[in-house]
Design a protein around this ligand. Structure first.
Ligand code: GDG
Length: 724
């Protein structure tokens, strides 16, 4: 039976030891809850590190047996792997770069090697458990290479990947010495998810700039696979937090808080110790509030929980020391005999206490410098059953894209941040409720179960799309059928586009001249009795003549403006005019003057603007501008503006590869017809040919062709094997 395999760095369980026995405690995290409905079912399984070093083999076996009963499968890591893969590459290289703190990043070869090896370790365990047809869902930045590693061994398996932390802008991501390997690893997935549209956009941009991929909207074509990249903002278990408010233990804790803070308003802050969380800036804003508005002295308390984390790493230790210092300083400066401005805890608490704090606090301050999503903000909202309370939220947290009714602040703007606290303290109840209601509706709807369902449904849709594509690919079976038709036929015609179909793209248009292997292939094909081979290209007729005039090929140049049979001379399509060029050329020249690397190619009846060598991004921007200007100037002039592969071509509408191909079919009756091409202009041929013709697109984009091949290499291979 088809099963689902979840893979994440950590298993959703805490293991503790007591008298030589291991005790497994399920973790309460949101992800564990959301995925609980999946991994606990049937044969499904969750693979991950149990969270501590367990070296003795017999203990590993014991733990494995116990975990298997819970549908969990451990990946054991050695202390060195924990140091280099987890603390090292994951937390000292990827974490700072992905959180825009590149100055903290360490680029150590040993870290990378360990990261690679541990990803392989995860892969081996996945491969032992995975069967064809299974679904694999991989989580987060510790396992960026895993999708690619699994894909290499199981090309057909369905893989989803979700990244919980931000994906940085290209300028940051490019700093990583292993950036290409990382992207290649991630692109092993079929569906890739991020919390925000910005992360998605940054990923697509990085992939485009670093790898030779094709991207259209949110679909990346890489190694003949279409990978869908989408935004799935993660939610929380809304009902759990809403219901916790009525839990007796929580009520009791709220009671204590009420007694202790009878005269003060509470501002709550909960984070893991991390430089990305903006804890120091939060303290500064609170300090400024007490300094500028002394009326709040004695009336407001900052209740700050910092959960211990990574504090053996020097930067974290330093941060902790700085927090200690600043808290001590503020408390010493502003405290009164009866009042402490900051209640600071460096520890974690049971969820009932968190819930009590969420219920009691007037304001929740969530002001990270960067955060993938931030679940604390959503937990606060879900806990406010009375719809009161104010959330102050950093615009750098993914959650700010959904919780737009929070008071949104830039955590670097300490002044504005302080004003937000004052606004929150003075916000009328009605406004609090209006804002909170809107946010609660969002957190309730886009909860963790909704998130899991959306991701899984989309993964299935992506797989169906890929299956359809696969069915169109010329595989061994279709190749045999094509060969059979070819051999049974007496009169055959084969239309071949040139650039991108028979040769690869080159940075210079003149560099893509035919090679000896291609000449040999064309010579052999055209020598077969009954074969008419037609080269049908957008190239200039002079070029096609120079390159292929000496072969027994029919030539159609400039999309059909010039034509030549193998025995005949070049002739032009009658009735064409090139007077329009006078008007269009200056528009293209203007674009060329403004865009370094671009150039204009002039053909008899068309003008082409090339931007293959223009800086990535700028080329596309100018091409879009030029397209809209050209569309305006070409209406009612009988001209067509065609976007191609890094080109824009303007030509007479009458010139059309489809029409040209049809005129060839008028001369003779063929019992085998085939056309191959990669470009938009080739679509006209695919559409014009009768249904029994075999049409093959080079590249996997949407096309009117029946089949597709991946590259010009595969085109040559198919042509070469036709005679077999
Ligand atoms: C990654 C991304 C993204 C906190 N203190 C205690 C405690 N917590 C719980 C909170 C909340 C969670 O920890 C922290 O939420 P984050 O959103 O920071 O989640 P992480 O998993 O650390 O971070 C983040 C998230 O993944 C999900 O994709 O939002 O941006 O960095 O649930 O309640 N829980 C208990 N005691 C505490 O003292 N029991």
């Amino acid at each position: 039976m088809r099963k689902t395999i979840i893979v994440s760095n950590r298993l959703p369980v805490k293991i503790s030891e007591s008298n030589g026995e291991y005790i497994m405690q399920p973790s309460e995290g949101g992800l564990a809850t959301g995925l609980g409905s999946i991994y606990r079912e049937g044969n499904n399984i969750w693979i991950g590190w149990p969270g501590q070093e367990i070296s003795a083999e017999k203990n590993q076996e014991k733990i494995t047996r116990q975990l298997r009963k819970l549908n969990l499968m451990p990946v054991f890591l050695t202390q060195e792997e924990i140091n280099n893969f987890y603390e090292g590459f994951s937390n000292e290289t990827l974490w700072p770069v992905f959180h825009y703190m590149a100055v903290y990043a360490r680029y150590e070869q040993d870290y990378w090697d360990a990261y690679y090896e541990v990803n392989k370790k995860f892969r081996d365990i996945v491969l032992k458990l995975a069967a064809p047809g299974d679904i694999i869902w991989i989580h987060d930045y510790q396992l960026l290479l895993l999708p690619g590693m699994i894909r290499a061994e199981m090309p057909e398996i369905s893989i989803g990947f979700f990244q919980h932390i931000p994906f940085p802008s290209f300028e940051l991501f490019r700093l990583l010495p292993w950036r290409a390997e990382i992207l290649e690893g991630m692109l092993g997935a079929d569906l890739m998810g991020f919390h925000t549209f910005d992360d998605t956009r940054h990923f697509l941009n990085a992939a485009n700039r670093i790898l030779p991929v094709n991207t259209s909207a949110n679909v990346v074509s890489w190694n003949d696979r279409a990978i869908v990249v989408e935004t799935f903002p993660m939610g929380i278990d809304f009902n759990k937090y809403a219901a916790l408010g009525n839990n007796p233990e929580v009520r009791k804790q709220v009671g204590y808080l009420k007694d202790n803070f009878q005269h003060e308003r509470m501002v709550l802050s909960i984070d893991r110790l991390d430089y990305s969380k903006g804890i120091l800036q939060r303290l500064q804003a609170f300090e400024l509030l007490l300094q500028l508005q002394p009326e709040y002295v004695g009336r407001v308390v900052l209740y700050m929980i910092v959960v211990p984390s990574r504090d053996t790493v020097p930067q974290y230790k330093e941060l902790r020391d700085e927090i200690d210092k600043l808290v001590g300083n503020i408390n010493a400066r502003f405290r009164t005999l009866a009042w402490h401005p900051i209640q600071y805890f460096y520890r974690s608490f049971p969820v009932e206490i968190l819930s009590a704090l969420y219920n009691f606090a007037d304001i929740c301050l969530v002001t990270p410098m960067r955060d993938g999503m931030n679940l604390v903000s959503k937990e606060y909202v879900a806990s406010r059953n009375n719809n009161d309370g104010v959330l102050i939220l950093s615009e750098m947290a993914g959650a700010s894209k959904e919780l737009i009714d929070a008071l949104i602040v830039n955590p670097n703007n300490i002044g504005a941040f302080t004003r937000a606290i004052v606004d929150a303290l003075n916000m009328p109840l009605e406004e609090q409720q209006r804002r909170m209601k809107q946010m609660r509706a969002i957190v309730a709807k886009f909860n963790i179960h909704h998130w899991v369902k959306l991701f899984m449904t989309r993964l299935q849709e992506v797989n169906e799309m890929q299956q359809n594509m696969l069915a169109r690919r010329v595989n061994q079976e279709t190749a045999v059928l094509i060969r059979q038709q070819y051999h049974e036929a007496k009169k055959r015609i084969i239309f071949l586009d040139y650039d991108g179909t028979l040769v690869g793209f080159q940075p210079n248009i003149d560099m893509a001249s035919p090679d000896p292997d291609l000449y040999q292939l064309l010579r052999e094909l055209s020598a077969v009795p009954g074969n008419d081979i037609v080269m049908i290209s957008g190239r200039k007729h002079e070029t096609l003549g120079d390159w292929f005039g000496h072969l027994k090929l029919d030539l159609i140049a400039e999309h059909g403006a010039w034509q030549k049979t193998k025995e005949g001379e070049w002739y032009q399509l009658p009735g064409l005019t090139d007077k329009w060029k006078k008007e269009i050329l200056p528009i293209m020249e203007l674009a060329t003057d403004r865009t370094p690397g671009s150039l204009i190619e002039e053909k008899s009846y068309s003008l082409v603007w090339h931007y293959r060598k223009v800086e990535s991004g700028l080329g596309e921007l100018r091409a879009n501008e030029l397209m809209s200007t050209l569309r305006y100037f070409t209406v009612e002039k009988g001209l067509q503006v065609l976007p191609g592969d890094k080109v824009i071509e303007v030509k007479n509408v009458e010139i059309n590869k489809g029409k040209a191909a049809l005129s060839w079919l008028n001369h003779k009756r063929y019992d085998f017809m085939m056309a191959m091409g990669d470009d938009v202009t080739d679509e006209d041929i695919f559409k014009a040919l009768p249904p029994k013709a075999i049409t093959i697109k080079v590249g996997s984009q949407v096309s009117a062709a029946q089949y597709y091949l991946r590259s010009y290499h595969e085109v040559r291979h198919l042509l070469r094997t036709l005679k077999q």
